[in-house]
Design a protein around this ligand. Structure first.
Ligand SMILES: NC(=O)c1ccc[n+]([C@@H]2O[C@H](COP(=O)([O-])OP(=O)(O)OC[C@H]3O[C@@H](n4cnc5c(N)ncnc54)[C@H](OP(=O)(O)O)[C@@H]3O)[C@@H](O)[C@H]2O)c1
Ligand code: SF4
Ligand code: SF4
Length: 379
């Protein structure tokens, strides 16, 4: 494993961090395949991963519980544990302690090493700021319940700058970033601004929610024809580690094989270690993607539940797949759409717009739904 600077803090972080939002499941909603997940997390730690990220809502609350179990038997002392305050559930100042205590109980710990406000955006930041989030973070830090503080973020670079400049006590921020998202959300300007202020920058969605791991045919062709047939996952991850501003790359790994591959990539990574030829290859892949994917949905799920029952990310995934993938895959996605209960399909959308302010990608969800239905419905 390679280790990197963590902003201005006296902590060497593993290049790869474990993101606990996409753990293996048994197929039932929220139900984690516990033996498999514990094995993966412990394998990663045994091979040098020292930063683990979770949050209150992941896997319906079970991610924190699972992690509490995985970090028994001496593993807790080997890692820096990060979790996040679910700011959208905080209604009054007392809620900060209530959620934090519940998280510590789930995680079987009395202290969170890095504590973040979850999913700051332009509409959510003033509310949580005015409810006293900073004062609460400072108190929790002073009495030893938490270590350095930060926030995860899904909005534009100018909003990131405003939040970073508001409070001098931030030590880390977590942003979505990957080679097809240089201009999306915080993007490269946000990454450079945060790192320039001395913050540790934690990267989430490095494979754009896994979509970069399974490229559509025109992109796959670019990888296949390149010398050495590079792995798209390895290239996407090493592109991030090539940048000095990046501290740790969180990967939401779903199988032990993913963990092994990504640990191997991290071990071969380094600032400035990519060749010009590799960087040019990535630029070609980026251009090829840009020409293909119509809806920039990452499947993060922040927009659900829809009050009208529409399974928003499922509809978008089927539409994107049907547009991007060719042949039998396109028909398969149409079939999957038509097999969904009618109330979950895009046709059930009444364009109320309620989901749109929750979408980190700022997708015009209500406008897309009739187009999704038109494209996928059985005629
Ligand atoms: N705070 C926030 O607002 C927020 C939002 C998003 C994420 N996060 C955090 O950031 C972490 C990382 O984000 P992410 O989970 O979206 O990461 P990601 O790396 O973009 O996507 C994870 C997916 O990539 C695929 N994958 C990973 N390694 C692979 C490999 N070696 N080969 C093939 N496929 C591979 C898997 O997809 P398949 O399962 O389809 O194979 C996996 O589920 C999350 O787990 C979470 O901890 C936080
Ligand atoms: S716009 Fe459509 S998908 Fe979004 S909340 Fe309203 S009904 Fe649901
Ligand atoms: S529509 Fe937006 S909020 Fe919903 S899953 Fe996609 S990216 Fe996330």
């Amino acid at each position: 494993m390679r280790y990197r600077r963590f902003g201005h803090l006296d902590f060497e972080v593993s290049a790869l961090g474990f993101g606990c939002m996409r753990l293996p499941t048994t197929g039932k909603p929220g139900k984690i395949d516990e033996p498999a997940a514990v094995e993966m997390i412990r394998w990663a730690i045994d091979h040098g991963v020292n930063y683990i990220d979770t949050a209150y809502p992941y896997h319906g609350g079970n991610s924190e519980r699972l992690l509490g179990a995985a970090l028994e038997d001496g593993y807790r002392d080997k890692v820096a544990l990060a979790t996040k305050m679910p700011i959208w559930m905080v209604e009054k100042a007392d809620d900060f302690d209530r959620f934090f205590d519940e998280q510590c109980e789930r995680l079987r710990t009395e202290r969170i090493d890095f504590y973040l406000l979850h999913n700051l955006q332009a509409p959510t930041w003033p509310k949580i700021r005015d409810l006293g989030a900073i004062a609460w973070l400072e108190k929790a830090r002073a009495d030893g319940r938490i270590g350095p503080v930060g926030f995860s973020f899904h909005d534009r670079a100018d909003v990131l700058k405003e939040i970073l400049d508001y409070y001098s006590g931030w030590s880390l921020c977590q942003i979505q970033y990957n080679f097809v998202n240089e201009d999306v959300q915080a993007g490269t300007p946000g990454l450079e601004y945060a790192a320039g202020k001395g913050l540790a920058v934690v990267i989430m969605e490095p494979l754009f929610g896994g979509t970069l791991a399974a490229p559509p045919e025109p992109v796959q062709k670019i990888w296949d024809e390149a010398p050495g047939r590079p792995s798209p996952v390895d290239m996407a991850l090493r592109w991030l580690w090539n940048k000095p501003e990046v501290s740790v790359v969180l990967s939401g790994m779903t199988t032990l094989e993913h963990v092994k591959q990504n640990v191997a990539s991290a071990s071969a990574s380094g600032v400035g270690s990519m060749t010009q030829a590799e960087l040019q290859l990535i630029a070609r892949a980026r251009d090829a993607y840009g020409a293909l994917n119509p809806i920039p949905c990452t499947g993060c799920g922040y927009c659900v539940p829809c009050p009208n029952g529409v399974a928003i990310p499922d509809n978008f995934q089927l539409y994107n797949n049907a547009v991007v993938f060719k042949g039998s895959s396109r028909q398969l996605n149409r079939n999957l759409y038509n097999d969904m209960p009618a109330g979950k399909r895009a046709e059930a959308c009444i364009q109320c717009g309620e989901c749109e302010e929750k979408c980190p990608q700022k997708i015009a969800i209500g406008e897309w739904m009739p187009r999704v239905h038109e494209a996928l419905a059985r005629k």
